[in-house]
Design a protein. Structure first.
Length: 312
């Protein structure tokens, strides 16, 4: 059985692109949804470990502390080193896209340790942002005083990119934030905001192969600080990422593998995805055959280089 990929909310489970990609397991730990009793969650995770051997859980940065505490409590009670907890610095829809990519790769020949540490690598290639009606309360992306003041203008719209590098501009014409320099598929999810600009202006400018609408993650209004009157507010979240499993496979395979000195699992990068132990040598990882590490974006750019493959 492939390594299990789990998420903390059902809205973080995107539709499988094919019949081979397994779905993600939802762990109802609370947050924007009702939480299941702790003993039930412990039982569910124990069953996953028995069936799959290892479990990788993706949890957005915006979830309440209680959710994170429950997640670590589950791992502590089970006394298991087979549970990896990933909290990428991505907006919720970006986390959902990353979970989908790990689900795709879970059926490949990567070991659980490589798969878990690949989450940091792949997060650099997810271009995630939102179209917002206001940035007055946004604190996850730098907001200038001028942009803050313009948030009070009726009908104002702002294009904000949180990853891989922060960008913010007021939407006034055809100008768009800089996007990926490689082929991507875009997912978008709307709150109380029209999607025309995302589908009609941003998607063509970013040259995405397709744009797919999906429900807005429950954590998105909290992450983007748009929640108002019990609703999601004026928001359209979007995330563009590599859809091709062959490119994802080559990207992860191009990074040299190491052995974790603490738990013995394979890893790529400078930290184990399961026990979080750093590389014993402290030396930065390199691609197989030398060169710059693939675990960081290109210096001074929001774009990153891809290994050669049949996908531009």
């Amino acid at each position: 059985m492939p390594t299990a990929i789990a998420v903390t909310d059902p809205d973080l489970v995107l539709a499988s692109p094919d019949r081979h990609t397994p779905t993600a397991v939802v762990l109802p730990l609370g947050g924007a949804r009702d939480a299941s009793p702790l003993d039930r969650v412990i039982g569910d995770v124990h069953t996953l470990i028995e069936q799959h051997g290892y479990v990788i859980v993706l949890c957005p940065q915006s979830v309440p502390d209680a959710v994170v505490h429950r997640l670590y409590a589950v791992r502590s009670v089970l006394e298991s080193d087979r549970i990896a907890i990933l909290r990428p610095e991505l907006p919720p829809l970006g986390v959902a896209v990353l979970a989908l990519q790990l689900r795709q790769l879970s059926i490949c020949d990567f070991s659980p340790g490589v798969l878990a540490s690949a989450g940091r690598l792949l997060a650099h290639y997810v271009h995630a942002g939102a179209l917002l009606g206001s940035v007055a309360k946004l604190d996850r992306v730098p907001v200038t005083l001028k942009a803050h003041a313009r948030s009070w203008s009726p009908g104002a719209q702002f294009a904000v990119v949180a990853s891989p590098q922060p960008q913010l501009l007021r939407v006034t014409g055809s100008e768009t934030p800089s996007g990926p320099s490689f082929g991507t598929r875009m997912f978008y999810a709307a709150g109380q905001q029209p999607t025309d600009w995302v589908t009609g202006t941003l998607a063509p400018a970013w040259r995405v192969t397709s744009a797919t609408e999906t429900p807005l993650p429950a954590e998105s209004p909290r992450w983007w600080a748009t929640a108002k009157g019990g609703g999601p507010g004026r928001i359209v979240e979007f995330a563009a990422a590599i859809p091709d499993i062959s490119v994802l496979y080559q990207l992860v395979s191009s990074v040299r593998r190491e052995e974790c000195h603490w738990c013995g699992l394979e890893l790529i990068g400078d930290r184990c995805g399961f026990c979080s132990a750093p590389l014993a040598t402290g030396a930065p990882p390199e691609r197989a055959g030398g060169g710059r590490s693939a675990l960081a974006p290109a210096a001074g750019s929001g774009r990153t280089a891809l290994p050669r493959a049949g996908h531009d």
